[in-house]
Design a protein around this ligand. Structure first.
Ligand code: ZN
Length: 260
């Protein structure tokens, strides 16, 4: 079975009543199912077909042209009277006129066919483009609806804030042998552990200044831990130790502050 496009050549021959036998049968079957080909045939058989004779365009296959020439040449000249009654010899130009008209018509058919195909392609492209544009427009409208919604909430998201860092303030008086420490943002201590405050003297080993645990908010205050007299503090530091307290720092220093 031929496709619609493959009937181009048959169409021209059919329009000129030059399609015969099974080819004609097959083409007529196609015509029954193809409105496009029916229109083409009607068009070719109408006066518009003759007007199109001047159309220049792509040439149809040479095979069709030759076939058409042969068909027309083989046909009895004229239709209104038997050939025998006609003069034995007609003018060459007259004899070939139908063939020339036929060729011109075939050229026109080829051209129209090609134009028709191109227009169908264009239409398909435009239809596709229209659908794409419609889809994009619908998406844009959809997004705009969200942005302009009265109940829309706009929140900017950022990296989560780091846990607030532990911080402490120490007040120390060597003369009064007293010190106070106020700490905040301390992490909870593991079971059996506590923070230990150290006075780091200008000379000698760190001195234990008290053991403490922060409350549930990470705050702690320590004061009135007995201290030796006259110690010049170089720095104050907090480490994590056993809750009973340690003689010397055993963990890395968690927070530290320079003395005077
Ligand atoms: Zn068709």
């Amino acid at each position: 079975m031929k496709t619609h496009e493959q009937y181009a050549e048959d169409l021209a021959l059919y329009a000129l009543n030059e399609l015969t036998g099974s080819e004609r049968q097959e083409f007529e079957q196609h015509l029954e199912t193809c409105a496009s080909c029916r229109r083409e045939v009607q068009y070719l058989r109408s006066d518009l077909g003759l007007l199109a004779l001047s159309t220049s365009g792509p040439r149809p296959p040479a095979r069709s042209r030759d076939r058409l020439m042969r068909a027309i040449a083989a046909k009895p000249r004229g239709v209104s009277a038997p050939a025998a009654e006609r003069p034995a010899r007609r003018g060459w130009a007259w004899a070939w006129a139908p063939a020339l008209v036929g060729v011109a018509l075939l050229l026109a058919v080829g051209s129209l066919w090609r134009e028709n195909s191109q227009m169908r392609d264009e239409l398909a492209k435009l239809t596709g483009l229209y659908h794409n544009t419609s889809t994009q427009l619908a998406q844009a409208e959809d997004r705009l609806r969200l942005l302009s919604a009265p109940d829309a909430v706009q929140v900017s998201l950022n990296p989560q804030a780091e846990p607030r860092k532990p911080h402490a303030t120490a007040i120390y008086s060597p003369g009064q042998k007293r010190m106070m420490l106020m700490a905040s943002n301390l992490a909870p201590v593991p079971a059996g552990k506590a923070y230990e405050l150290w006075i780091i003297p200008a000379q000698g080993a760190p001195i234990n200044a008290g053991v403490f645990k922060p409350d549930e908010h990470g705050n702690a205050v320590i004061m009135d831990h007995p201290l030796p007299e006259g110690v010049v503090a170089k720095a104050f530091a907090v480490t994590l130790e056993d809750e009973a307290g340690s003689d010397k720092p055993t963990s890395p220093i968690l927070i530290v502050g320079q003395g005077l």
